[in-house]
Each structure stands twice: as C-alpha cells, then as structure tokens.
Design a protein around this ligand. Structure first.
Ligand code: ADP
Ligand code: MG
Length: 618
C-alpha cells in the first residue's frame, strides 16, 4: 500500500484558515454541511441509478451518525455515490470551483453572514476542521477502488488505497478536546432537528448498539401544509438555496387530477450575483416522484421571473426526462403556466397586503419583472399592475393605477419621461408645460424602460405618452391662445433655423410645452426616443428608423425672441447652434463639438459682463 502526501492548493489553505477562524463561534454548522454533502451524494446515486438500477439494488439510502466516545470520534456515514481517487483529490484537495474567489471576497467579518456563505460557495467540507483536529475520509465509488484521505487541515493531506466493502463515504472526525460535546446523542438529535429535518432520507443515530431515526425522512414539500410552520419553510429555503437571508414569501401547492405535481416557490430577498448577466441561469429544480432530476429547469419558469426560486415535483414526467424532452412538452407547458400564475398571485398578494415589503422587492427585482411586459404579451396587463415608477408627484413610487386615480379630469394620457437619472428627469425642460398644467409625469430611469414603454401603450384604457415625443405636444395637451399670433411672428425664422441646423434636426417648431427653457428636442411622433437611439448607438447599433429629432422653441423666451430679430447671419447661426446644443445637453445627450459650444458660451458670458461685443443681436 502506498501512501502519498500532497499539499493543498494555496487557495484551499486560505479558505481552510478562514473557515476555522471566522466560524469558531458557530461550530455546530459543520454537522449541517457534512450531512448536506452526504445527502447530495445519495441524491447523485439515486440519479445515476435511473439509468443503472443495479447501482441501487435494494439499498435504502441513508445517513448514519456514529459517535464513539472511547475513540473521541464522530463519523458521518452515507451509502451514496462515493468518490474515486481522482475525485477525492479534485473535491477535497483543491478548490476548483470559481465560487471560491467570490467567497473570499464576500466574507464580511460578520460571523452570522459568513456562516451562510460557507454553504453558498461550496466550501462546506472544510467546516469539519472547526471541530476536528484530524479528519479521515473513507470512500468508495462503485467500480472503483476504495480510498482513504487524512488531514489535520494544516497544509497537506495523505491519500492511500483502502479496502472498503461497500459503496459510499465515511467522514471520521477526531474531535478536539474542547469539542467532545458533539459526541452526545442529545446534542446530535437537537442539531439534526434544527438543520436537517427536511431532508428526504433517514438520518440515523447509532448509539449503544441502538438505531434511532432523528428526522422525518420525508421530502419537505411532500408534507402537508397544515403541518408546516413559517420557520420550517425558512429553514428549507436556506438549505435549498444556500441563501443566508430568509425568503420574503413563498407559495406551496399540491395539484391532483389530470396533472399531478407539487410546487414550492420562494421569493428571495436578495438578488443573486448573476441576475443581470447576459444569459443568467435560471429556472426551478425539477424532481420526478421525489427523485432529483435537474437544477435550473429553464423551461419551467420564464426569464422575467428568474428571481423566483423553488422546485417542482411531477408525477407525470418520465424519470429519464432530459432537457431536450422538456421543450415542447405539454405537461411542462401546463406546469409552467401554473407557476407563472402562482408567482404573479404571490406578488399581487404582497403588493396588496404588505406594500413596504413589495417596495423592497421592487427595488431588488423590479427591473427584471419589467422584462415581462416586453416578453409576455399574455401577462402584460397583470404585470402592468405590478409596475412601480417614480413620478413628479412626491419622492416615493407609484403604481399606474394610483396615477390614473390622480389624473386631472381633462387629462388625456398617462405621461412619462425617460432619462438617465432621476435628477435629469426632474429638471428636464420637457416637463415644464406639464408642470404648469399640474399634470403628473412618471419618471423612468431604467434602461429597460425604453423597451417597456415601446411595448406598453395603454393602461386601463389610457394611452401612455412620452412628454418628449411630438405626440404629446402642446396642441393636444396645452392650449395656447397666443399660438396663432406667435406662428405668424415666427413665420420666417423657422425655415431659416432649419437651414442652419440641416442634418441635425428634422424640423423646428414652436411649442407650448416649455415655460422656462428656450428650446428642447423631441422625438418624432413615430420615431424612437432620443435616449433609446443613444442606447442603441452605445451598443454599436443604428437607430433603425434613422429619424432626426424635432427642435421645439419657446416663443415666450427672450432668447428665442431675440433670435427672431437677429439680422446678422453669423449671429443668427451662433445663437441657433447654442440653443440646439443646450437642448441636446438638457436632454442627456452628448455634443458633437463640445469645444465650440464652450467657446460660444464664454463669448456670450463676456458680453454679458460688458466686454466688447462681437455678436450683435437685432
Ligand atoms: P459542495 O457540497 O458545495 O460541493 P463541499 O466542500 O461541501 O462543497 O464538498 C466538496 C465536494 O466534495 C462535493 O461537491 C462532493 O463532490 C465531494 N463530497 C463531499 N462529501 C461527500 C460525500 N459524503 N460523498 C461524496 N462526495 C462528497
Ligand atoms: Mg457541501
């Protein structure tokens, strides 16, 4: 027999040290971690046995806890999948998982949080060293030789062949002198109930030659709702997601009849790290008749509900169901439709009965839910009721329904403004006329809002209109009795101005939407918004319509009035460019030639300060 001594990977050592030191006051979590690994190993075996039933034979999968007071050891034993020699080296000697780096970064110094991180980033096995001065692992995979692994957690481990009769793994903890409490049956019983009661396989204490099953040994979701308390749901949630925070809400359903399945859905409080990655993994766990089949079954949950976590246990799908089979499967489609409905029910309920909680949810996941308006025509209306926006009315968020309830009797549409920030939105010249009229305007600052508003045209029979589009113009919104007079006064100026700004604007016109600012840019009635065309440009795409904006001028503004009277072509052109550039800036855009703009502004400033005028207006 050859014994080989190997060094831990450098990062492994670092994690080990951190685990041992940061969690010293939460020692007991080692048991949760080791039991969870044993349970995973049994699930893996159950899954492999679907294709090779002989692997399972007549075995009952189970986990044994064997305290040995004389030897000072606690053994956690399972008859799960086991590990080959290579797997032992890979799983226990290195930390190949990319999660490790994130784990190290995520450590907060707050022990309660860090405790949960350990499970989340998959460094659970090392928690054994919190209570053990030496850990031995005996393991055997079917069709492989047995292996023995030993380490004191100080930097190296030994690995050697080991004769083991049955498949599975034993983790033997040589407890530190001060941690012998974990040999007491009472303590073990209590910890299993606290952390592992929901596992679907028996956890058996072997003690004084007696066997005692410590848990319910029933998959959590199969238990009747009436029997389950909030704490039970939260404990299962944490086990299931590795989240260190509690869930915000959940929905547990058993469906019988034509279709038979159980679903357990959770709404988390915290966003996962990949929520906004380009192709975030999502979906719920799929079980078939209690057997774990796959994680993140994307077919069961649409991407716009990717913040929901949970599982489905179906009695109608075949055990050998593959990802391919899930596509275009009638049963899957029906379950998915039901899960969408339950998720929306859950959100409706939260919004109606716990508005503060709903507001928190919205802050974390609202942007994702908005995608539903774009992706799912069938649920657009339901989702629209769940949307929340900032508005010119107060600092809080409002729903569309509340907005509609506040609309002025003569108000024709629901008005909104999209901008990059709330501050830019609140100060936008586009709002001026609406503010003067006392009309509330929704302020939309998420990028996705550009798409949202191009898919949501109506709510409750009211049109949604951008205050920065030609559609929501003065004529239709604000009456201006002086309009006719202004129009004849500016008759000559508008074409002159259009010539100066050729290629930059589609047209110029007078507007009643402005009360303080001289000018603003608006999107053509059927064009995409200016912000949207900027977003497309940043993404390297072209505005699909290639539409130029319309420059709107405030006929009451002294600068515009002076422009009208500018006889000198050079001065007219300078002031025209200045007004246009200002409008671009106010709208959140970028100037093509910022240096010229600055020069002109300075020239005007100097004139204002009494320096020798170079531009003569009028
Ligand atoms: P995680 O469970 O999150 O993957 P752990 O540190 O808890 O991380 O375990 C590391 C790996 O070691 C597991 O992924 C698994 O492959 C292996 N392992 C641990 N315990 C067992 C066991 N009892 N049986 C089989 N494999 C195990
Ligand atoms: Mg683990």
């Amino acid at each position: 027999m050859t014994t080989e001594t190997r060094e831990f990977q450098a990062e492994t050592r670092q994690v080990l040290r951190l685990v041992i030191h940061s969690l010293y006051s939460h020692k007991e979590i080692f048991l949760r971690e080791l039991i969870s690994n044993a349970s995973d190993a049994c699930e893996k075996l159950r899954f492999e046995a679907l294709a090779r039933p002989e692997l399972l034979g007549g075995d009952t999968l189970r986990i044994e806890l064997i305290p040995d007071a004389a030897g000072g050891t606690l053994t956690i034993k399972d008859n799960g999948i086991g590990m080959s020699r290579d797997e032992v080296i890979e799983n226990l000697g290195t930390i190949a998982r990319s999660g490790t780096k994130k784990f190290l970064e995520a450590l907060s110094g707050n022990e309660a949080k860090d405790t949960q991180l350990i499970g989340q980033f998959g460094v659970g096995f090392y928690s054994a060293f919190i209570v053990a001065e030496r850990v031995g692992v005996l393991t055997k995979r079917t069709d492989s030789e047995g292996v023995r692994w030993d380490s004191d957690g100080e930097g190296a481990y030994e690995i050697q062949p080991h004769h083991k009769a049955d498949r599975g793994t034993e983790v033997i903890l040589h407890l530190r002198a001060e941690d012998k409490e974990f040999l007491q049956p009472e303590r073990l019983r209590h910890l299993v109930q606290k952390y592992s009661d929901h596992l679907g396989l028996p956890i058996v204490l072997i003690h004084d030659g007696k066997e005692e099953t410590l848990n319910q040994a029933r998959a959590f979701w199969t238990r009747p709702k009436s029997e389950l308390k909030d704490e039970d749901y939260q404990a299962f949630y944490k086990h299931f997601t590795h989240d260190w925070e509690e869930a915000r809400a959940w929905a547990h359903h058993k469906v019988e009849g034509n279709l038979e399945y159980t679903s357990l859905l959770y709404l988390p409080k915290r966003a996962p790290l990949d929520l906004f990655e380009r192709e975030p993994e999502h979906g719920v766990q799929l079980y078939v008749k209690r057997v774990f089949i796959m994680d993140k079954a994307a077919e069961l949950m649409p991407p716009w509900l990717r913040f929901m976590r949970g599982l489905v246990d179906s009695a109608d799908l075949p055990l050998n169901v593959s990802r391919e089979l899930l596509q275009n499967n009638r049963t899957v489609e029906k379950i998915r439709a039901a899960l969408v409905k339950r998720s929306l029910d859950l959100l409706d309920d939260l919004a109606a009965n716990k508005p503060e909680e709903y507001a928190e949810f919205w802050k974390t996941f609202g942007t994702v839910l908005k995608e539903g308006v774009i992706d799912d025509e069938g649920h657009k209306e339901r989702i629209a009721r769940l949307l929340r926006f900032q508005s010119t009315e107060g600092d809080g968020m409002t729903s569309l329904a509340d907005y509609v309830a506040r609309m002025k009797p003569e108000q024709k549409a629901i008005y909104f403004l999209t901008a990059d920030t709330a501050a830019a939105a609140r100060n936008s010249p586009h709002l001026e006329g609406f503010r003067a009229k006392g009309y509330e305007v929704l302020l939309l600052t998420d990028r996705v809002d550009e798409w949202l508003t191009s898919h949501l045209h109506e709510f409750d029979g009211k049109k949604l209109e951008s205050v920065a589009s030609a559609a929501a113009d003065v004529e239709s919104v604000i009456d201006t009795p002086e309009k006719a007079a202004a129009e004849s006064a500016y008759k000559d100026m508008l074409p002159r101005l259009q010539t100066v700004l050729a290629g930059k604007i589609a047209s110029a016109k007078l507007s009643g939407r402005l009360t303080e600012s001289p000018a603003c840019l608006v999107a053509g009635e059927h064009g995409i918004s200016l912000r949207m065309s900027r977003i497309l440009k940043q993404a390297g795409q072209k505005d699909p319509f290639g539409m130029l904006p319309i420059l709107e001028l405030n006929p009451q503004h002294p600068l515009v009035q002076r422009l009208k009277d500018a006889a000198d072509d050079g001065a007219f052109s300078d002031l025209t460019h200045l007004l246009h550039d200002q409008a671009v800036l106010a709208e959140g855009g970028q100037l093509e030639d910022p240096a010229s703009f600055v020069k002109q502004v300075n020239r005007l400033l100097l004139e204002g300060l009494g320096a020798k005028p170079k531009i003569i207006l009028g």
